[in-house]
Design a protein. Structure first.
Lengths: 192, 386
């Protein structure tokens, strides 16, 4: 099936819960209402004409400058039966984004969703194991958000040199900052 | 999202016979810095959970802060055993965004490099795997053969591991004089000596077969649900290969077979099948290479930088592009906002998804088989953690 037919099949089944589409894009997609994604996912897998048995990729994307600002979760699907691909998108608010999990449909979503939580702070309701995956458990914040600021401290260690430290280092003093050593030789390379 | 304590991992919740064993992060057989937490009852593994992230280097964050050409060296460093495949995937994705069509000559060069890399990568995979399960000699043999391929890479682009060879719109260097002959010599040796030797030494070795042919059996349904790809999926009996299913770089013009696990010594989808597929694929790669070299000999040389844009600045848009890297389908989701650096790059790493099925297969295994299972997925932690 081509993207248009897949989109039509989804609209025929879910009506207004399919809120938009980008069928001309290089990787065509449909936008799904957040509360419907689990149903749409299950349908995409179970329907014999669609048969999306494989979730290729699940990505979070942050769009703070769009109007209205939003987070996106993108599900790239593939069918080993029909060899067609399609993408589903969910638009979420940037404040406390949450979307139902699809791990009951595709097992691999478990780790992808943990990653999206870890790096974007997107919560997946109903997830069986909602822990961080790449970053340490005590990490604060979600670094792939566009408004991310590098922290000054990690676990009580100062990990970012202050202006004062930089000046002292440039003046010739060797200063240990957290796990790093700043010396006159390398101080210029590290922005305060 | 709160973080509830999972009961089965709570020391208080253990049976009196059970204990929690930490395998890794510094463990020689975990192929990198991987920690696996095992809940064991004697030698039996009741449950397992892998902890990844020890090698996280923020590839995706870095990519948002450098230009497209600057992403390439970072992409090299994800799967450091098969760098050619990583950069090829990213180059294909950006070329699709940018609507660049590279010349057939460049396509053929890319196929040559990708297939040489596949042989080298599978050599490491099978070699280290045999070492994992206690056979040291094949490792030395295979690393010796891989070394010859790395010499070819070094000759071409100056680097042995991290090549930065595939560029957006081209490749960094044309082939040096004599490369085709040298590669033919290497392939001749591979076909007549190395490959039969590899079969005798390890793949048809009775100890190897009996050690592995009943271990770590993964059904095709489980494999697809957890998005196992590449040799791991083919080991479960699914003849799915992107080079055949949705060809790129002109793979449709080459005659080769998709190697599928046969389960000739035990249930289909065992650790043995996954390794058998890798070894069989090395010979298929050799076939592709012979054809590609024939093609190069007949082809007129073209400028490999012809289509490389002065500034890589794709129009606004997004694309998801997959390619068949040695370890499976490597996917790049690239979002461009029309600027010089990508707005978002997400990598679907084949090793990441292979590791996510681990807890299913590990349940009920012996501890010693855990090592065999981890190795059979041929994971590279640099790619899992990115």
């Amino acid at each position: 099936m081509d993207a248009k037919a897949i989109h039509e099949a989804l609209v025929a089944k879910f009506g207004e819960r399919i809120t938009g589409a980008g069928l001309e894009a290089a990787s065509p997609f449909a936008v799904v209402a957040p509360d419907a994604i689990a149903d749409v996912a299950a349908f995409c897998k179970a329907d014999p004409a669609l048969a999306f048995d494989n979730l290729m990729c699940l990505s979070g994307v942050d769009y703070p400058k769009e109007a209205p600002p939003r987070m996106e979760v993108v599900y790239h699907l593939y069918s080993y039966t029909h060899f067609h691909t399609f993408a589903l998108k969910v638009h979420l608010p940037r404040e406390n984004p949450a979307v139902p999990t699809v791990e009951r449909t595709w097992g691999v979503a478990n780790w992808h969703e943990r990653e999206a939580w870890d790096l974007f702070g997107i919560a997946f309701t109903g997830h069986s194991d909602p822990r961080r995956i790449l970053l340490p458990d005590d990490w604060e914040g979600h670094p792939l958000r566009k408004d991310w600021q590098d922290p000054d401290y990690y676990n009580g260690l100062h990990v970012k040199p202050t202006q004062q430290m930089m000046e002292r280092a440039l003046a010739g003093e060797a200063i240990g900052v957290g796990p790093f050593d700043f010396t006159p030789d390398n101080a210029h390379a590290v922005k305060p | 999202m709160t973080t509830p304590q999972l009961n089965e991992w709570d020391p208080e919740a253990l049976d009196t016979d059970e204990m929690i064993l930490q395998m890794g992060p510094q463990h020689p057989a975990t192929h990198g810095v991987l920690r696996v937490e095992l809940r064991t009852d004697g030698e039996i593994v009741k449950a397992a959970r892998p902890h990844i992230g020890y090698l996280h280097r923020c590839f995706e964050k870095h990519s948002e802060n450098v230009d497209y050409a600057g992403v390439m060296p970072y992409a090299d460093r994800m799967d450091y055993c098969a760098s050619m495949g990583n950069t090829l995937g990213f180059a294909l994705a950006v070329e699709k965004l940018h609507a660049i069509q590279v010349s057939p000559y460049v396509d053929t060069l890319r196929v040559v490099m990708a297939e040489l890399q596949r042989i080298a990568s599978h050599a490491v995979a099978v070699g280290t795997y045999s070492m994992d399960i206690g056979a040291f000699t094949p490792f030395l043999h295979l690393l010796r053969d891989r070394e010859k391929i790395l010499d070819l890479f070094e000759w071409t682009c100056g680097a042995r591991l991290l090549y930065n060879y595939n560029w957006v719109g081209g490749v960094s260097h044309d082939l040096p004089e004599g490369f085709i002959r040298a590669t033919r010599d290497l392939l001749r040796e591979f076909d007549s000596v190395t490959y039969p030797e590899l079969l005798d030494l390890i793949i048809h070795n009775r100890i190897f077969v009996r050690r592995l042919s009943h271990v770590g059996v993964c059904s095709p349904e489980l494999a697809i649900s957890y998005d196992l790809t590449g040799p791991n999926l083919r080991g479960s009996g699914m003849a799915r290969d992107l080079r055949k299913d949705s060809p790129y770089c002109g793979y449709e013009n080459y005659a080769f077979d998709v190697c599928v696990g046969k389960g000739q010594y035990g249930p289909l989808g065992s650790c043995y099948d996954r390794n058998w597929v890798r070894v069989a694929e090395m010979q298929e790669s050799s076939k592709i290479l012979h054809q590609a070299l024939d093609r190069l000999e007949k082809m007129e040389k073209a400028d490999v930088h012809e289509k490389v844009p002065k500034r890589v600045k794709p129009p606004k848009g997004e694309v998801y592009v997959r390619s068949e890297a040695p370890r499976g389908q490597l996917g790049y989701y690239v979002v461009s906002d029309g600027n010089l650096s990508p707005y978002r790059v997400k990598v679907k790493s084949p090793c990441f998804t292979a590791m996510s099925v681990f807890h299913h297969l590990a349940k009920g295994m012996m501890i010693a088989d855990i090592i065999a299972l981890i190795g059979s997925f041929d994971i590279v932690l640099g790619e899992i953690d990115r």
